[in-house]
Ligand binder design. Structure first.
Ligand SMILES: CC(C)(COP(=O)(O)OP(=O)(O)OC[C@H]1O[C@@H](n2cnc3c(N)ncnc32)[C@H](O)[C@@H]1OP(=O)(O)O)[C@@H](O)C(=O)NCCC(=O)NCCS
Length: 359
């Protein structure tokens, strides 16, 4: 039987008929039976045969069964419902390991969008585990199930695809502090100078941010007021984070090309390092963006020891997507961002330090 996924100490295998007695034992064990439903042999056989269910056992290195899980898949809506999970050897980290593996399987292998489960309010261990995995408490279904213990509430916890991936890219506070110290004030490439933006750059910056075609992703060119606010925000970023967009100029002529740089972003609630670029239209097609953004990325990896950099780009923004791809960034997942009351799909591109090193 081919494994569904593997963790440090276990493999998850699709359950076979011979595993059903173990599953029934787990479901009826007094340590578990208050928290999970009990299935019959017949029901478990049906789950094994049904492509919309995955019944799996977690097996240890010594061949011993450590636990099991049952999930239901709604492939049309890309929803993975974890219906039951139980671990026999409790309190040894197997539950966390199994949950991490199951989420990875749901999001990375099956490419699901939503992972969810319900839990009874008195299941302290389960709730603590789901919270610490970063799951979102969607709400509570009151008295939703009548069991031998009476009417039980069910709390719904979920995680969305964007949250799953953003969580693994979250930057720890110590890294932000280090980068604040080490981020360079300027960078030079063969043809370009990247230096800090100042208030005196207003006209130049506005010639770029005021152009609706350049600001395609925002769906409007910035007003003068918005450009001033953008500059103020960039200066605040230098102060708070030690970095932000650079003003990019052609070294030989001083011609203003646009703004490119690293930015501290919040994606799905997690602090991440992003890269942003806005280039004046007349400068497109000269390879300036690739040259400048490439230098920013290289410096971040080599000098700041950044592990990964993200760029969230709207699917229709072909120029930006091509630039990201030319820089070696890979489209990893999609998120929905709300801007001015409108939901906009963004593709999240990622470049990791170890990949760029191999180039
Ligand atoms: C819920 C369950 C799957 C967790 O598996 P586990 O292997 O026992 O859990 P882990 O050892 O990985 O620990 C997970 C978290 O729970 C905490 N925990 C474990 N046992 C605990 C206990 N007795 N009291 C309080 N917290 C406990 C751990 O400290 C850990 O949190 P931390 O990493 O923040 O410290 C398992 O306990 C189980 O089978 N329970 C019965 C069935 C069930 O409730 N299924 C879920 C239905 S929604």
């Amino acid at each position: 039987m081919e494994a569904l996924f593997q963790t440090k100490r276990m493999i998850a295998l699709p359950a076979e008929a011979k595993d059903i007695p173990f599953i029934i034992y787990m479901e009826n064990d007094p340590a578990n039976r208050n928290f999970i439903w009990q299935g019959t042999e017949e029901q478990h056989r049906a789950e094994i045969a049904d492509p919309a269910h995955i019944l799996a056992v977690f097996r240890g290195e010594d061949g011993r069964n450590i636990g099991y899980m049952l999930c239901h898949l709604d492939r049309k809506s890309e929803v993975f419902e974890l219906r039951r999970i139980a671990i026999d050897a409790k309190g040894q980290g197997y539950g966390r390991e199994a949950m991490e593996g199951t989420m990875r399987f749901a999001f990375e292998t099956l490419r699901m969008n939503r992972f969810w489960l319900d839990v009874y309010p008195d299941n302290a261990v389960g709730i603590r585990l789901y919270k610490s995995l970063g799951m979102h408490r969607d709400g509570m279904l009151r008295q939703s199930y009548k069991s031998e213990r009476g009417y039980l509430d069910q709390i719904i916890y979920s995680m969305l695809k964007g949250e799953y991936f953003a969580r693994s890219s979250a930057v720890p506070e110590a890294d932000w502090l280090l980068w604040k110290q080490k981020a360079p004030q300027s960078l030079e490439t063969e043809r370009l100078l990247l230096r800090r933006v100042t208030e005196a750059d207003f006209e130049k910056v506005h010639s770029v941010l005021g152009d609706p075609e350049v600001m395609y992703a925002w769906e409007h060119g910035f007003s003068e007021e918005e450009t001033r606010a953008w500059i103020a925000q960039t200066l605040a970023r230098y102060e708070e984070d030690g970095f932000g967009h650079y003003a990019v100029e052609v070294r030989e002529t001083g011609e203003f090309v646009g703004v490119i740089g690293l930015i501290r972003e919040k994606l799905c609630g997690y602090p991440l390092l992003g890269i942003g670029w806005m280039l004046c239209k007349a400068c497109w097609g000269n390879g300036y963006a690739t040259e400048a953004a490439g230098a920013v990325i290289r410096d971040a990896f080599d000098h700041l020891h950044v592990k990964e950099i993200l760029a969230d780009i709207r699917p229709e923004n072909t120029a930006s997507r091509r630039l990201a791809e030319r820089l070696g960034m890979k489209a990893k997942y999609e998120i929905v961002k709300r801007y001015r009351g409108k939901d906009m799909v963004h593709i999240v591109y990622v470049i990791k330090a170890d990949l760029s090193d191999k180039k």
